[in-house]
Design a protein around this ligand. Structure first.
Ligand SMILES: C[S@@+](CC[C@H](N)C(=O)[O-])C[C@H]1O[C@@H](n2cnc3c(N)ncnc32)[C@H](O)[C@@H]1O
Length: 231
């Protein structure tokens, strides 16, 4: 697979998110046609966090993806490398322990989390296979990983309509609702270039995750991949 459109340097990715931070959550709701809330609920159910567990939410942005874990009584640590997103998150959710860190060099000890989750962020990590290995390093033996990411619709007509929507409608809509429409052109391109469900599962296995499986949401527009660290 070519990563021609995914070769953005990490500092450019961080700067891009710094730029969109203020309007990020609202733009998300508009562009996902309200589906984002359902996807977040599915992630929370897949992680199944319970009170007292320590959960890493990587690429947490403004912390919105961390809130279900906080509500479940878990000890959630949202981590991101965009200072703009973290600052916005701190203003909105002062109760969250937002932490600066790069997914490929996590600032956490080995085996320190019961579960690690990453929503709509692994696709943005330039060396995402290194991030898969880092997530394994910080997970306790027997612990779980849940990845929520845009994926490939499984039904051909939906795939065709979706590709058209992404490539044609998303950039002009983004121009109206986002402070940085270019970021949404990158979003559309990066979704097209991203590995499909079986390929991402194979990468997770190569990184050392076991019992890897996935579940499609909204016909495969989004997929949840899960894996476990061997006990
Ligand atoms: C689309 S946002 C997702 C935010 C949040 N998880 C959500 O579901 O709304 C992607 C986030 O990944 C972060 N990110 C991208 N590459 C990263 C890296 N190498 N290390 C840490 N965070 C990264 C970006 O800064 C951005 O905040």
């Amino acid at each position: 697979m070519t990563r021609a459109h995914l070769d953005k340097q990490p500092q450019d990715v961080a700067a891009m998110f710094d730029d969109v931070a203020a309007k990020y959550d609202r733009t998300n709701d508009v562009l996902s046609l309200g589906q984002a809330r359902l996807w977040r609920r599915a992630v929370a159910d897949a992680v199944g966090a319970v009170a007292g567990q320590r959960i890493l939410d990587l690429g947490a942005g403004t912390g919105t993806s961390s809130l279900p874990f906080l509500e479940a009584g878990a000890d959630v640590v949202p981590c991101d490398f965009s200072i703009g997103m973290l600052t916005e998150g701190k203003n909105r959710h002062p109760e969250l322990p937002l932490t600066a860190g790069d997914a490929t060099r996590l600032p956490f000890a080995d085996e320190s989390f019961d579960a690690v989750t990453i929503s709509f962020a692994l696709r943005n990590v330039q060396e995402h296979e290194a991030a898969m290995r880092e997530m394994l390093r910080v997970t306790k033996p027997g612990g779980k990983l849940v990845i929520c990411e845009f994926s490939t619709p499984t039904w051909t007509p939906l795939r065709t309509v979706y590709t058209e929507y992404l490539m044609r409608a998303l950039p002009p809509v983004a121009t109206r609702v986002s402070s940085n429409p270019e970021a949404y052109v990158y979003l559309a391109e990066s979704i097209r270039e991203w590995p499909d469900q079986p390929e991402l599962a194979a990468e997770l296995q190569r990184a050392g995750w076991t019992k890897v499986a996935w579940r499609n949401l909204t016909g495969g527009i989004v997929a949840l991949h899960r894996g476990f660290k061997a006990p």
